[in-house]
Ligand binder design. Structure first.
Ligand code: ZN
Length: 321
């Protein structure tokens, strides 16, 4: 079958070498130590050897942009090595899936070396149809170099192949696009120990477990009193009033179905127990420890799920110490 005419322009890019992307930092011991810690690498060779040696699998790490998107060191290229993929997107091949990646190493890297990479558009397959849809396999090869006064030395490479395609189920322009199903709230995991709590929530009550023997309140629920070790318990119904004992504001990643920034608090109820819950009706920058809050029971997932959430209230004089 004849290929789309617009592919000519994209195929013309084949073999193009995109400019250098530099590493922010030279190969250094703190980054190696932190990487090893995070990845669970426990190999004395990297930090306790005579010279500090970088784990080979860190090769790609050195040249990463960091916390801010597209923030590369001065001198790095401003070209987009994914140009061909962007052009395919413009022609309706909106989906992408990584197919395979091969990292290969020329030699070890040592403390003090400065690394950069270049990217080559290596291959574009003929049009292929897979279970996912119809499109093209695109291969990029990133070559990593160590800067040397006597001439830069290639130290490794990363081959990266993706399938860029039009999804098999994608609606045609004649069809009305189907609305994606809204993401649901994940329901709580409910056990024999916690069932009473969630049943209470369904009934619009915030229940706290109470030891029948010594009357100590406890939350999260559990089978035994940590104070007197009694297995006998009943519940009391909380007033639902409390204060923000601590909180976080979740900015990223933005996971559906939550609104972001997402304020999540550890609430201290006036009965004394604490629970984690989402704050509603708040401006994330204005939440303060000690703010007075009141529970409310809100329904999610088309009524399948009820969750206790807390909303700030103007403090009533004398109500909360
Ligand atoms: Zn007890």
């Amino acid at each position: 079958m004849a290929e789309y005419e617009w592919m000519n322009e994209i195929r013309a890019l084949l073999g193009k070498e995109y400019g250098r992307v530099y590493a922010w930092d030279k190969i250094n011991a703190p980054m190696i130590r932190q990487w090893c810690e995070v990845m669970g690498v426990d190999d004395a060779r990297y930090l306790a050897g005579e010279v500090v040696t970088a784990p080979p699998a860190m090769l790609q790490v050195w040249c990463m942009e960091g916390f801010t998107l597209n923030n590369y060191p001065p001198g790095s290229t401003t070209e987009n090595p994914y140009e061909a993929l962007k052009m395919m997107e413009a022609h309706g091949l909106a989906s992408v899936v990584a197919v395979n990646s091969e990292l290969s190493f020329g030699r070890d890297l040592f403390e003090g070396e400065r690394i950069y990479y270049t990217t080559r558009l290596d291959a574009i397959s003929p049009e292929k149809t897979t279970a996912l849809g119809t499109g093209f396999f695109v291969t990029l090869v990133m070559r990593f170099f160590s800067q040397k006064s006597e001439g830069d030395e290639e130290v490794g490479q990363l081959l990266f192949r993706v399938f860029k395609f039009r999804a098999a189920q994608a609606p045609t322009s004649a069809q009305k696009p189907a609305m994606p199903a809204p993401a649901k709230r994940p329901p709580p995991g409910i056990s024999d120990d916690t069932r009473f709590f969630w049943q209470g929530v369904n009934d619009g009550k915030l229940l706290i477990q109470r030891c029948k023997s010594c009357a100590t309140l406890r939350h999260p629920p559990g089978p035994v009193c940590s104070h007197c070790h009694s297995f006998e318990w009943d519940t009391v119904t909380s007033s639902g009033r409390g204060t923000v004992y601590s909180f976080v504001v979740m900015h990223y990643p933005e996971v559906p179905p939550f609104d972001h920034p997402n304020s999540i608090a550890l609430i201290e109820l006036e009965e004394g127990t604490r629970l984690i819950s989402q704050l509603v009706g708040v401006t994330p920058g204005q939440v303060r420890i000690g703010d007075a809050v009141q529970v409310e029971f809100n329904s999610f997932n088309n009524g399948e799920l009820v969750l206790p959430q807390f909303r700030p209230v103007a403090p009533t004089p004398g109500a909360i110490a």
